[in-house]
Ligand binder design. Structure first.
Ligand code: BGC
Length: 320
């Protein structure tokens, strides 16, 4: 059995997995990114974690089949550089060179890609889109990421800056996005945006159950607050969810109308809402997709691999 390393480098945590040839994670762990400290210490901690996990699995560094690293932003696998990331402020980050030096793994064995692109690949090889010829994924987390997989290939654009599905404008001159534009899907449908929407409702809803749930402290409002309140019958919570899902449906319908993939997966933290998200979303999307008989042709699914999608996709990308 051959083993590879899959790393999901996020703004908050660095998650690492040792992945076998069947895309099973045999060992995993994570450490905080502490993104503001700059490249060297981040890569050092990442490498230390990889070495520790490899040792625990009894795999020698020289025997590693490949190492894949998923990072937000425009990630160039030809140069090994993370050129730009709007949400964790990486600019020209020499990821592969540093990681190769720290690990003693040759650069040729290391491949980097955009986090959501690789999460989509992970879902395509081992998750909710397994067996499909075409799939699209969006990840609803700190930002909104996107990945398009066609016949097993990750669609990246001519300079690896494509498939930024979260930066599709769904409201002209709408809410400010961290990318600089206004009205992006990310500004309405990331977990960050959901918290913002919920806080706005919280402020004007003195009788909402959300108040009780958060002990009247707006700082305790999180990404799950509105959904949890809605489940308990709270009107304000339900209104937040309705607004959120309407924006999400607009974005998903746009993407289905462009790609009509066999499978469309929704991942990231907010996808943990499961049926409470996907059932009403399907109903809304069905009304907005372009198709003669108005039925939803693409199969809309919650992603299956959770936080492991990036790790598995990164490992798959490095060894393909
Ligand atoms: C970034 C993407 C990234 C996504 C998820 C977005 O803000 O622009 O590159 O994939 O967040 O991390």
């Amino acid at each position: 059995m051959k083993y590879s390393i899959g790393v999901d480098l996020g703004g908050t945590n660095i998650a690492v997995g040792i992945v076998d040839e069947n895309y099973q994670i045999v060992k995993k762990g994570s450490v905080p990114t502490l993104a503001q400290r700059g490249p060297e210490p981040i890569i050092h901690d990442m490498a230390e974690l990889c070495k520790k996990l490899l040792a625990e699995c009894g795999v020698a560094i020289a025997d590693v089949a490949g190492a894949g690293i998923a990072s937000p932003g425009t990630v160039n696998p030809d140069t090994g550089i993370v050129e730009y990331a709007n949400n964790i402020k990486f600019t020209d980050f020499p990821l592969v060179a540093l990681f190769s030096k720290e690990m003693g793994i040759p650069e040729e064995k290391i491949r980097i890609g955009n986090d959501a692109n690789l999460a989509a690949l992970g879902e395509a090889v081992a998750g909710a889109a397994k067996g499909s010829k075409s799939s699209v994924m969006i990840t609803l987390g700190t930002g909104v990421g996107g990945g398009v997989i066609l016949d097993g290939t990750v669609l990246t654009g001519c300079a690896y800056g494509g498939a930024e599905l979260g930066h599709m404008v769904i409201e002209k001159d709408g809410r400010q996005c961290s990318c600089g534009r206004k009205g992006c899907l990310e500004a309405y449908c990331s977990a960050t945006a959901l918290v913002k929407l919920t806080k706005e409702k919280f402020e004007v809803s003195p009788d909402s159950l959300m108040r009780e749930m958060c002990e009247n402290d707006i700082n305790r409002v999180g990404g799950k607050t509105a959904f949890a309140a809605m489940k308990k019958g709270d009107k304000a919570g339900a209104e937040v969810v309705e607004t959120y899902l309407s924006y999400l449906a607009c974005g998903v319908a746009n993407l289905i109308n462009i790609f009509q993939p066999e499978v469309f997966t929704i991942g990231g933290g907010v996808s943990g809402e499961g049926d409470n998200l996907i059932i009403p979303l399907k109903a809304k999307v069905a009304k907005e997709t372009y198709s003669k008989d108005n039925t939803l042709k693409s199969d809309l699914r919650i992603a299956k691999l959770g936080n492991d999608a990036g790790i598995i996709g990164a490992a798959a990308f490095a060894t393909k």
